[in-house]
Design a binder for this molecule. Structure first.
Ligand code: ATP
Length: 907
């Protein structure tokens, strides 16, 4: 044994310049067994977790400064300066206090929302398949250490820098590292030391994406030591908090800015013309400006969205891009995969067709307990049946494992089902695989719909092929009979058997072989001259909750389409069982789809609800064809080739469990449980969030409108201001936080999924809500102005009259808050205590109003005075009138709603 001491581990060692054996030696790992668990643990302690040190996103200072960079805040600051210039120190300091408070609230809320979203994004952690202690395990990529042997396959994100040990058609796109978007083919031979990073084809780098093939790699650098880590180009995990709605509100603010400035100017000019002093008029203009600005709006929108996203995460839908929350509410068509999303992806072989006979298999699930029978008698394991089962074991990349005493899947359930049925027949995959070592493979890929492997059996090469019926049968020249003898191919009988299986909703795989075979380098080697071995039909039951979710979608005016790689008959049978299709429906096959022009396809997609044998590349055309009708499309996907369709869809939905990293990255939303029902739940939650946003906006605007009107009216009437700028700020700030925010916690209304989807282009506030805002604003104006004049006349005490006026605003806001809990349903139809936040907020607001009105220190700051009981009675009457009018308006409007739903039902 050589005694030269090993140099210490250096992550920047030129790994690419050495042969694989030298690298495994250097990293002291057995390439077959992988590291032992203890050694991996030790290395984790030494090298730390495999994650990059988070680069700071926008600097906190910049984020804070951006809080002031809003047109409405500019007006506030200008108003503050004006007040200071006039020597109104209290007013000026309160205005600046509000500006600062607003910035602080915005800063904190935004930071929290960003963090929460980033944390959610991290929960979709990347898992890797790693060889340790002689077995294959799945673990979180953060636990990888130098020396780990990892398996890579198409769709994976490369978890660390690895030296490629073995590659079969392995390709990766390294745009994130090199800027080059074309995929790079990988191999395992050593390269000259001076090879540049972009050309190191025997290395795969952390963060890049495997887009084709399979391979094995040896981890040589983790975390910050990887190439990506070294160039520190990791984009910060934070994402923009902007959504179409917040953008629309931004535009609205700009409009508001112009209106407010013009009105303020008008106020000033009119006042001067009437002979008022410039100082008074400047203060009036300031009052108008601060009154008309909805200060709490931006923060409230962010908070409502963040709460919505957290609610969705609880329901297993992780939002990766915030705008998706709103888009979900407008979704009109959901295109879903079948296997695993609508169905359980728990495969059990139920029937085998081999040697011209049908063999039934008993037993459900992955426990290998059951029997193979022919006409009730145990089936004899020989001839075509045996070969068909052996093909299922050898042309297989998955494993049946026992996890905590339960039989479970490592890999693809379809393949594990083949292992289970072989075991039921008495074959053991371990010994079969040992006797027939694999020499080459063509991995399964959804576009090819087949998989092939080359084995050495008793000195002879044999290729086994399995895959979709239509891809295998045309390539078969003969078949094996029950005794294992070669017989002419009976394509008609095979077709009939396959159709019988598919008609029961079974997923059918065909098996064939080439013996003797010499090579398996590409598709050409399995293009023809195959010997048909048999069919295996497996059941994959529909997910329980998914069927109910399909029904809920239909009720909500959302169409559900199944887009699957599976056989048309299988797809249609499952679609019928789940209520996606009915007896009159037919399935459109991918082949026909490919023949149609874009225009034809746009017409077909309207009628067809089941698309079968669709290759991932065609999903993109489907999305576009459906969108051509103005539909908002959610599309599910899990493979690498699904990424373009996921990106093109309005809502790309990736599977958290079986989905590849490539698909997750392209998606707007990730389902952690892969279940169709979760999409429906997310749509419901999305509609709920949007509802709550609109509720807040509807609630907040009348106050600003009313305040603006009061000031204008006072100026036009030449009266004293019924509320001062300071009092206005008091109203706006306290009520926005205590009352308005509580609407973000409003539970989802029970009828959200009984309404049609919101048309995407519809303005946030429709005519009805605008009308309601104006109505409430006018009630506020009339109440506040009227009572101000009345109590000023009665008492001559302007402080008292102003206090009455402020309390009118707050009282109307409180009753309107209850009314806004639902835009459609009258108050008495709402569960009174379903949102405790509303009650808590109101209680606090009442306490604050009492202090504002009666507590001397606050009286001196805000210029208020104690309000007599008689005034409270009148305030209550105004509030009551507001409530009655708004609720009456809701009731009158009801029929309009049912009409639009009826229209959807007709559709
Ligand atoms: P969905 O698109 O709804 O998830 P799917 O899982 O049936 O449906 P694919 O995974 O694209 O779609 O499979 C398409 C076809 O390829 C299957 O119907 C089957 O015939 C064949 N197939 C699936 N898995 C394998 C595999 N591991 N090896 C060989 N062929 C397979």
């Amino acid at each position: 044994m050589s005694e030269t001491p090993k140099p210490p581990y250096d992550p920047s060692h030129p790994w690419h310049a050495h042969e694989v054996a030298a690298v495994t030696d250097h990293l002291e790992v057995d390439p077959e067994l992988g590291l032992s668990h203890e050694e991996a643990g030790r290395r984790l302690d030494t090298h730390g977790h495999n994650r990059l040190t988070q680069q700071a996103g926008r600097s906190p200072i910049k984020r804070l400064l951006l809080q002031f960079h809003q047109p409405l805040i500019y007006i506030l600051m200008a108003s503050g300066l004006a007040a200071a210039a006039l020597g109104e120190w209290v007013d000026a300091s309160v205005i600046f206090g509000v500006v600062l408070l607003n910035a602080a609230v915005g800063f904190i809320q935004e930071g929290r929302a960003e963090q929460a979203l980033a944390a959610l994004a991290r929960t979709v952690a990347s898992e890797v398949s790693v060889q340790r202690g002689g077995g294959r395990h799945r673990l979180n990529a953060e636990h990888l250490v130098p020396g780990d042997v990892v398996h890579l396959s198409a769709g994976d994100r490369v978890p660390a820098d690895v030296r490629v040990m073995h590659a079969v058609g392995l390709q990766a796109t390294e745009a994130s590292l090199t800027g080059e978007s074309a995929a790079v083919a990988k191999h395992n031979t050593a390269l000259p030391e001076e090879t540049r990073v972009a050309e190191r084809a025997n290395m795969a780098f952390a963060g890049t994406l495997v887009v084709a093939g399979q391979g094995k790699g040896l981890v040589v650098a983790t975390g910050d030591h990887t190439e990506t880590g070294r160039i520190a180009r990791l984009l910060s995990a934070t994402q923009s908090l902007e959504t179409p709605l917040t953008r629309a509100m931004g535009k609205f603010s700009n409009l508001l800015l112009v209106v407010i400035l013009s009105l303020a100017l008008l106020t000033f000019v009119i006042g001067l013309a009437r002979g008022e002093t410039p100082v008074d008029m400047l203060m009036a203009a300031v009052a108008l400006a601060v009154g008309a600005i909805p200060e709490g709006l931006p923060a409230a929108l962010t908070v409502t969205l963040a709460i919505g996203v957290a609610r969705m995460a609880k329901r297993r839908a992780i939002i990766r891009r915030l705008p998706a929350v709103e888009t979900l509410g407008s979704t009109t068509v959901i295109c879903s995969d079948k296997t695993g999303t609508l169905t359980e992806n728990q495969m059990t072989v139920e029937v085998i067709y081999a040697g011209g006979g049908v063999i039934e298999v008993s037993g459900r699930g992955y426990a290998p307990n059951g029997q193979l029978t022919v006409d009730g008698q145990p089936a004899a394991l020989g001839g075509a049946l045996r070969e068909c089962l052996v093909a299922g074991l050898l042309c297989n990349d998955s494993a049946l494992i026992k996890r905590e005493g339960e039989w479970d899947v490592d890999g693809d359930p379809t393949e594990v089902a083949l292992i289970v049925v072989a075991r039921k027949a008495g074959l053991d995959e371990g010994s079969v695989q040992a006797l027939c070592p694999r020499e080459a493979e063509l991995p399964f890929d959804a576009a090819r719909q087949t998989m092939a492997t080359l084995h050495r059996i008793e000195g002879q090469g044999v290729v086994f092929v399995k895959g979709a019926l239509e891809r295998i049968i045309p390539r078969c020249a003969r078949m094996l009979d029950a005794d294992g003898q070669v017989a002419p191919l009976d394509a008609a009988a095979i077709d009939a058997a396959a159709h019988a299986m598919a008609g029961r909703g079974l997923r059918v795989l065909a098996f064939a072989r080439i013996a003797p075979a010499h090579q398996l380098d590409g598709d050409d080697d399995v293009a023809g001259d195959l010997t048909f071995l048999g069919l295996q039909g497996m059941i994959d039951p529909p997910r329980g909750r998914a069927t109910a979710a399909v029904k809920a979608c239909h009720r909500a005016g959302i169409e559900v389409k199944m887009i699957t790689g599976d056989h048309a008959a299988t797809a249609l049978a499952i679609a019928r069982q789940m209520g996606i299709a009915d007896e009159s429906d037919v399935a459109l096959a991918g082949r026909e789809l490919a023949r149609q022009s874009d225009e034809q396809l746009a017409a077909t997609v309207r009628q067809v609800r089941v698309f079968a044998r669709v290759e991932p590349a065609e999903k993109l055309r489907l999305v576009k064809a459906i969108q051509a009708h103005g539909d908002v499309v959610a599309m599910t996907g899990d493979g690498v080739n699904d990424a373009p369709a996921l990106k093109a869809a309005d809502i790309g939905v990736a599977m958290g469990g079986v989905g590849t990293d490539v698909a997750k990255e392209a998606a707007d939303m990730v389902l952690t449980d892969d279940n169709f029902a979760t999409i429906e739940a997310a749509v419901e939650a999305g509609r709920g969030v949007y509802d709550n946003l609109v509720k807040f906006i509807t609630w907040t605007l009348p106050t600003n409108f009313g305040e603006g009107l009061v000031i204008l009216a006072a100026i036009f009437a030449g009266a004293t201001l019924p509320i001062t700028p300071l009092q206005i700020l008091w109203i706006n700030m306290t009520t926005a936080v205590l009352l308005g925010m509580s609407l973000a916690f409003e539970p989802i209304e029970s009828d959200v999924m009984h309404r049609p989807p919101r048309p995407p282009g519809r303005p946030i506030l429709d005519r009805v809500l605008m009308g309601r805002i104006v109505l409430v604003g006018i009630i506020m104006l009339a109440g506040a102005f009227g009572l101000f004049v009345r109590w000023f006349d009665l008492t001559g005490d302007v402080a008292l009259a102003r206090s009455v006026s402020v309390n009118v605003f707050v009282a109307v806001e409180i009753v309107f808050l209850f009314a806004c809990r639902s835009q459609r349903r009258p108050l008495w139809r709402l569960a009174p205590f379903s949102n405790p936040w509303v009650w808590g907020g109101v209680a606090l607001q009442v306490l604050l109003q009492a202090a504002f009105t009666y507590w001397p220190p606050m009286q001196s700051v805000f210029g208020t005075a104690a309000v007599p009981l008689g005034a409270w009675r009148e305030i209550a009457v105004v509030a009551l009138i507001a409530l009655i009018l708004v609720e009456a308006e809701k009731v009158i409007r009801r029929p309009h709603d049912s009409v639009s739903l009826a229209r959807v039902a007709e559709k």
